[in-house]
Design a protein around this ligand. Sequence first.
Ligand code: SIN
Ligand code: MN
Length: 271
Amino acid sequence: MTLSAAQCAQYDTDGFVRMPSLLSDAEVSILRDEVGRLATIEDECVFREGTDGTPKTVFRMHESDGATASVPFRALSLTPRVLGAARQALKDDALYIHHTKLNMKGAVEGSVWPWHQDFGSWYLDGIAKPHMTTLMVMLDDATEVGGCLYFLPGSHKRGRIAPRWDDTTAYKFWALPPSDVRQALADHGDPIPITGKAGDAVIFDCNLMHASSHNLSAQDRWQMYYCFNRVANRPRDVENPRPDYVRSKNWQPIEIGPDRIDDPSLSPAAE
Ligand code: SIN
Ligand code: MN
C-alpha cells in the first residue's frame, strides 16, 4: 500500500494528503532535464506567458505518442507510488488519466490561478461524479513567495459549486465566484500553503478548493499534475468538447508498472 490507513483517513477528512519525498534526488534530476526538453517544444499542448517565453503549462506527457510524450513522466504515472495512491484515493483499481499538466510558473512573471475546484471544469467536460483525484509532484522547492498552491482543508465536502468563467488571468478557466470563496474561507479557516522540497508530492480531491498566487521570486516553480478518473466515470458526450490533451478520450484502465522512471521497456521504440 502506498498510502497508510492514517493517510487515507486524512485524505477523506481534509481532501488532501501530503506524500513527502515521493521522488529521489536522482529522479528529480531526470524529470528536471525532461522539463528542459519539453519547454522547447512548439505545439498546441504548450502554453507560454511572460517576456522570455517560459511555458506556463505543458499538457499530455503521460501518453506514449504525441509531441509532448515523455518516457519518464509516463513511467512515473504508472509507478505503484503514483497509480497505487490514486487507486487508494478513489477506492477503485480501474482508472485512466483525464490529463497531465506541467505548470512552470516562471520567476517574476508566472501568474495567479484564482480559487477554483478542478471538478468545476471537469463536470463541464461531461464527467458526472466527483470521483477524481490529482497527484501533484514538486520538481523544485515550492515556497510561498514563489507562488505555491494553497488548499482549503475540508472544502471538498461542500461539493461542486457552480463556477464562473474567469478571463482575468493568463490561463482563462472556470474559477469560483468570490462570494462562495469568502463564505468557504469563513467556514473552513485559513488556507494551507503547500510548500515543500523538490520530490515532495500531494494528492487532492477534485472538489478541494485551491489557488496559487503570482511568483514574486527569482526561481521558477515547476510542478507536475497527474489527474485521474475512474473508468466508470468517463465523460459523456458534450457539445464542443475541449481538446483531447485536456479531456482525454483514452479510457483504457491503466496498469501498475515498475517502480522506476528510467525503465527502457517504456520507451516508445519498445512499445
Ligand atoms: C491548478 O490548480 O490547476 C494549477 C495551480 C498551480 O499550478 O499553481
Ligand atoms: Mn486546479
